[in-house]
Design a protein around this ligand. Structure first.
Ligand SMILES: Cc1cc2nc3c(=O)[nH]c(=O)nc-3n(C[C@H](O)[C@H](O)[C@H](O)COP(=O)(O)OP(=O)(O)OC[C@H]3O[C@@H](n4cnc5c(N)ncnc54)[C@H](O)[C@@H]3O)c2cc1C
Length: 317
């Protein structure tokens, strides 16, 4: 059975949904193992077993986060050698893709990014041209490295699962010696809202918010939603770039996506068109966003959103 190595970096107190998705895909390809980085909390260790991890690798160095991605790629390369993995799965984040590229060079492995589905023989389906097409690719090298977009599969626990045995992987000293060290980090103030890619409801704003995300934040808070944005809004500096949804931003697939003051450009749709229900608020009845909306409201978001917030509050008593 092929060995499949899943890279899980900094999971926190519980495993992220995207990590559970990677483990679920790994089980469909062969025998999953995990190359882990970060503090291993009890709940996380338990989930690794529940989702089918047969082996767990941890780095000999506990300071990989103090460097840019180079040492993580070295660690992963060593974990691939030890585990005998022929497939490596990683997150499709900017960092995940950079690590995958470096790993590809180290191992002479084929790298496939933006993967939205993997067949049991390792054939990957990629989302391309802003989600308008899906292309099919398969690495012809002995090791394949795939970065998988979140929300590509529903995570499912294994039928049986036991805690995996842990093996320490020696990270070569040269890996950190030649890498840039991070000297300071500033925590982003916590919003108390759910993570954008994992949220069940997303309220997103575009150029139409004209610099004022207040009404969106208020609606998001009564719904327990995350706040997203179009590139026009993030480029204008009205909200952080980590809120951008779309081809060059995050992919979200919530139960409900509320789009306000967004025109629905193809690159924006690429990040949200798989949402279960799309509600669009736009003052232009001809806006293309209404073509993909399940419910459309032609109106000024500064009037519509506060009314919605008030009504929801009233109904909840
Ligand atoms: C390679 C590439 C990658 C890209 N990647 C992304 C990406 O990842 N994400 C992304 O979003 N874009 C991306 N873009 C940009 C994309 O093409 C659009 O320019 C962008 O999405 C437009 O943002 P917008 O809809 O907020 O602004 P606009 O297109 O200007 O639309 C604003 C909308 O707000 C409405 N409006 C104005 N005032 C109000 C009001 N008071 N109430 C209600 N409605 C109002 C207007 O009628 C209009 O429809 C990319 C472009 C390229 C070329």
């Amino acid at each position: 059975m092929p060995k499949v190595l899943v890279f899980i970096d900094n999971p926190g107190q519980v495993l992220k949904k995207s990590s559970l998705e990677l483990l679920t895909i790994a089980r469909s390809l062969g025998e999953p193992a995990v190359a882990f980085n970060g503090e291993l909390h009890d709940d996380v260790a338990r989930s690794l077993g529940e989702y089918g991890a047969q082996a767990l690798y941890r780095p000999s160095a506990d300071d990989l986060d103090d460097y840019l991605v180079g040492p993580k790629a070295s660690y992963l390369a060593a974990a691939v050698q030890t585990s005998g993995a022929t497939v490596v799965l990683a997150e499709n984040s900017a960092e995940g893709k950079e690590i995958a590229a470096r790993l590809g060079i180290k191992l002479g492995a084929g790298v496939i990014t933006d993967v939205v589905g993997v067949e049991p023989d390792g054939t990957a389906h990629k989302s391309v041209l802003a989600g308008s097409y899906t292309s099919t690719a398969k690495a012809t090298t002995p090791v394949a490295v795939l970065t998988v977009k979140p929300n590509s599969i529903t995570p499912e626990p294994a039928v049986t699962g036991t805690a995996p045995a842990t093996t320490t992987i020696e990270v070569p000293e040269t890996a950190t010696a030649a890498s840039a060290r991070i000297t300071a980090r500033n925590d982003k103030p916590a919003s108390g809202r759910p993570d954008l890619t994992e949220a069940r409801i997303v309220v997103a704003g575009g150029r139409g918010v004209d610099g004022d995300f207040g009404p969106l934040e208020e609606l998001a808070d009564v719904l327990g939603a995350a706040v997203g944005a179009s590139r026009a809004a993030t480029d204008a500096g009205w909200i952080g770039h980590d809120a951008q949804v779309g081809q060059t931003g995050k992919t979200v697939s919530p139960q409900l996506f509320i789009s306000a003051g967004i025109s629905g450009a193809i690159q924006q749709k690429a990040g949200m068109q798989t949402a279960k229900v799309i509600v669009a608020v736009n003052k232009d009845a001809e806006s293309p966003v209404f073509e993909i909306a399940d419910f459309g409201i032609v109106g000024d978001l500064f009037k519509v959103l506060p009314q919605a917030t008030e009504e929801i509050k009233k109904r909840r008593g």
